[in-house]
Design a protein around this ligand. Sequence first.
Ligand SMILES: C[S@@+](CC[C@H](N)C(=O)[O-])C[C@H]1O[C@@H](n2cnc3c(N)ncnc32)[C@H](O)[C@@H]1O
Length: 199
Amino acid sequence: MKVQRLMSRDDQERWDRQYAVAQAPGGPSHFLAEILSAEAWSIPPGRALDIACGMGRNALFLAARGFEVTALDISAVALAEARRRSLARSLAVSWQQADLEQIHLPRARYDLIVNCNYLQRSLIPQIHGALTIGGHVIFETYLIDQKEIGHPKNPEYLLAHNELLDLFRACRVLYYREGKFADDGESSFRAGILAQKVV
Ligand SMILES: C[S@@+](CC[C@H](N)C(=O)[O-])C[C@H]1O[C@@H](n2cnc3c(N)ncnc32)[C@H](O)[C@@H]1O
């Protein structure tokens, strides 16, 4: 437990340093935006949780679409920028600094959970538990093939082929894709899933 706390504090400092020199991202995740605008699935506004929200591009997108958004991240620097952007756009988001390695998510609380470019496998049961019945999860991050062409390189942060299907096997899978995509700028190997909690 002590070791985990120290690791997370290191994580926070590392991410704070990166965000201190980072440019605010442009639009939301392409994968998220495509799913929410697709006619194939109707995901109505409700309570949403953005996991590891960074500077808030996805949380802001959801708030603009009428979701009541809670957004969590460990980096105070990223959250300060996210808060500034939400004030500038008069969008209400509950920005909360949290260490996801330590967190207990509330049960059956969210109609939509978004997790983009962050992989903490131990959080999956909590994500499932935090969804309402009928609630959706949109999860997208890097695939193992990514280490051959760029970052991340650590397999701990990379999904195996088909792994998301396995991690969300308790849900109804509505959409899944994996491969090399250029939709958020530079090409990267990614896997993404839209799944619905049914029980
Ligand atoms: C690659 S960024 C993704 C940001 C955002 N989801 C996006 O797609 O723009 C990963 C994020 O995870 C956050 N993070 C890393 N470890 C964390 C932890 N233990 N608890 C909470 N957030 C963490 C970082 O601060 C960073 O904002």
